[in-house]
Design a protein around this ligand. Structure first.
Ligand code: PLP
Length: 422
């Protein structure tokens, strides 16, 4: 794609963009003069779909008018409410419907999944994660190690080569070659939250499985962003939240994936509740536990419908657009941002995210010289919403569902003005 560094060119790309109208299905925060903020933190909290409120209200109404009868007799009966959502979610992450369910929250789900997929023995008990994993994931695996009587020393880090920011697959290969026989679980953040680097799950699954390790992916920064093809990749399990690229509201629920190869393995240890018991006999109440097949076999509680309503509002858009079209726009949009950054010709900022679109999602991580955090504040003062991550990165995520090429152009133009003083 040949880009040009002009506002007219950005506007032309917007006029040719088949997905441009989706922006108007979101509430975009505005400044006092009524100008839209330039919002690039969909990787942290996606914007609110306008339909979210309507969909929550439908359920509030059913609850008000029907009470408990809403479970079977509502406009969208609550007992089956999650099923249509899981189907749409499965398409977003490239999975079979059997493999995906929406439940609980991300870190809690990592623990529930590790109940089944981190089964340490005396000889094989270590866990491997990426060196700069999201803190919640690191804390989660450290606590699992301790819970099973091991120590933080048994956590192995896949680190970048000295002086570099990005991870290299051959380093992972070497670790597995040397210590693979002691590693029980490889748990990798599918797209790293800090650098924006996207990993090759299929390759990681192959390497891990070849050494007898279980392989899981935290897809928090991947769901609704990249096309992870979870089924095809062969990873054993994955989990993600729905409030980042999936725009489903602060602290919203999580998706989990359990590969079909584990769908009918009733021997796999797991925690149980009435909602992973066979739904045909669930309300017979006095039966012995009879686990459901597939990802539903990990669901413990009856689902929080009010929290699911915004997920429905969001997933319907993903269903309509399709990940192919969304990703196609995303590659163009982030490519445009990258081009404009390079045109700045400034040594105050540099991109650490991989240049190759297959190795990243929509996020670009901008390393700031001398870790000057005031640059981020100056952007915020102009209602350009990005985030600062210690030690020295500004993360910018143009979300293809609602960001425009004009947003990207304006953002970099304002940055250019700010950089004149540097
Ligand atoms: C956002 C994020 C989390 C947050 O977990 P919650 O349990 O939803 O608070 C965890 N891990 C990763 C990799 C994330 O990006």
């Amino acid at each position: 794609m040949q880009y040009k560094n002009t506002l007219e060119f950005a506007k032309k790309l917007d006029s040719e963009d088949q997905l441009a109208s989706y922006r108007y299905q979101f509430h975009i925060p505005q400044d006092k003069q009524g100008n839209d903020w330039l919002y690039f933190t969909g990787n942290s909290l996606g914007l609110q779909p306008k339909k979210a409120k309507e969909y929550i209200n439908v359920e509030l109404q059913d609850w008000a008018e029907k009470g408990v009868e809403g479970h079977f007799d509502g406009e969208n009966p609550w007992v089956t409410y999650p099923e249509s959502l899981s189907k749409m979610m499965a398409k977003v992450v490239g999975a079979k419907p059997l493999e995906v369910i929406i439940m609980d929250t991300l870190t809690a789900n990592l623990h529930f999944l590790m109940v089944s997929f981190y089964r340490p023995t005396k000889k094989r008990y270590k866990i491997l994660i990426e060196s700069d994993a999201f803190p919640s994931d690191r804390y989660a695996v450290q606590s699992q190690l301790k819970f099973h009587g091991f120590s933080e020393e048994d956590l192995i880090y896949w680190s970048p080569p000295k002086g570099k920011d990005l991870l290299e697959i051959n380093d992972l290969e070497n670790i597995l070659e040397e210590q693979g026989h002691e590693i029980a679980l490889v748990l990798i953040g599918g797209v790293n939250y800090y650098t924006g680097q996207r990993f090759d799950f299929k390759k990681i699954a192959e390497l891990g499985h070849a050494k007898g390790c279980v392989v899981g992916i935290d897809l928090a920064h991947g769901a609704g962003n990249i096309q992870p093809d979870l089924h095809e990749s062969g990873v054993d399990f994955a989990a993600w939240c729905t409030y980042k690229y999936l725009n489903s509201g602060p602290g919203s629920l999580s998706g989990i994936f359990v590969h079909e190869k584990h769908a009918h393995n009733t021997e796999l240890p797991r925690f149980a509740g009435w909602w992973n018991h066979n739904k045909e006999t669930r309300f017979n109440m006095r039966l012995p536990f009879d686990v459901m097949a597939g990802a539903e076999g990990w669901q413990l509680s009856n689902p929080p419908i009010l929290a699911m309503a915004p997920i429905k509002a969001s997933l319907e858009m993903f269903e309509e657009v399709g990940m192919d079209a969304l990703r196609e726009k995303s590659i163009k949009l982030t490519g445009f941002m990258e081009f404009l950054f390079q045109e700045l010709g400034s040594d105050a900022v540099s991109i650490i995210t991989p240049i190759n679109p297959t190795e990243r999602g929509c996020q670009l991580s901008i390393q700031v010289k001398n870790a000057d955090k005031s640059l981020h504040q100056k952007l915020m003062d102009k209602h350009i919403i990005t985030d600062w991550r210690e030690p020295n990165v500004i993360r910018c995520a143009p979300a293809p569902m609602y960001n425009s090429f004009e947003d990207v152009y304006k953002m970099v133009s304002i940055l250019k003005e700010i950089l004149k003083d540097y």
